[in-house]
Design a protein around this ligand. Structure first.
Ligand SMILES: [Zn+2]
Ligand SMILES: [Zn+2]
Length: 264
């Protein structure tokens, strides 16, 4: 399995960056994991957007789904998606219509977002929208997706992606506060991609994110073979983030960078 980091910013983008978006590929299949602001443009560097089989959304925060809007406009209005010839595009009777797996309530949230300018059904028409249940197992080609509820400010799912073809396993923690469920869910995974958003734990209110130390503790306890720390702003010191995690996690530690490629 091949993972390409398209975007890794938290809820505001790095300079020239994008929010959460990760491209998973194996044996000709491609799945976009989260589609935050800026991700559609980054996706276009690495994969034809009409050759994405499915998009899977971890939770309904803007930095994880907002670029479904430009993606939907492309699927709807791009010349190459039309049934008649437009400019140099010959016309197609099979326009791309990827599956879009999103948490329960997604259809309503998307309608509210694009409904703000009168395009209520833009996303549900562009994609085949499927609201997944936490217990669902989803197969896209040889990639098998399963879900684990994790604590965050809205219903959020960690996502495990296992190759059914012997191509390894990647676990994505999404956004979450410290929790035991993710440790169990990620047990013995080949690669844990986990957020390390915070320079220090939240001092007040409900917790919703992790520090690099906490992220590394989750990886260590899960027995992950390697860890990629993500959702880290370019306004934090990447070396400090890495150093904090290396003190705790005994395997290989990376801080996510746009364009980085990992294979399992
Ligand atoms: Zn986020
Ligand atoms: Zn979030």
């Amino acid at each position: 399995m091949k993972l390409t980091i398209l975007g890794k910013s938290p809820s505001w983008q790095d300079a020239d960056g994008a929010c959460s978006g990760y491209l998973l590929e194996e044996d000709g299949s491609a799945v976009l994991l989260d589609c935050g602001n800026g991700v559609f443009s980054k996706l276009r560097r690495y994969r034809d957007y009409t050759a994405v089989d499915a998009v899977v959304i971890s939770h309904l925060h803007a930095d994880h789904f907002l670029d479904l809007v430009p993606f939907s406009y492309a699927l709807t209005y791009a010349p190459r998606q039309q049934s008649v010839p437009v400019d140099r595009w010959p016309g197609t009777d099979k326009p791309a219509h990827p599956k879009l797996y999103a948490p329960r309530g997604a259809k309503e949230v998307f309608r509210r977002v694009v409904g703000a300018w009168g395009n209520e059904d833009l996303i549900e028409n562009a994609f085949e929208l499927i609201e997944f249940e936490p217990s669902d197992i989803i197969d896209v080609g040889t990639l098998r997706f399963s879900f684990q509820d994790v604590p965050h400010f809205t219903e959020t799912f960690a996502i495990d992606i296992a190759s059914t073809n012997g191509g390894g396993r990647i676990t994505y923690g999404a956004d979450c506060s410290p929790n035991e469920a993710l440790v169990e869910f990620a047990k013995d995974t080949d690669l844990l991609m986990i957020e390390a958003t915070l320079p220090r734990a939240e001092r007040t209110g409900k917790r919703g994110h992790l520090t690099p130390q906490e992220a590394a503790e989750h990886a260590q306890r899960a027995g992950a073979k390697r860890v990629v720390l993500t959702h880290v702003s370019d306004e934090l010191d990447e070396l400090w983030v890495r150093k904090c995690a290396c003190r705790i996690f005994r395997g290989k530690v990376d801080v996510a960078r746009e364009g980085a490629v990992y294979t399992t």
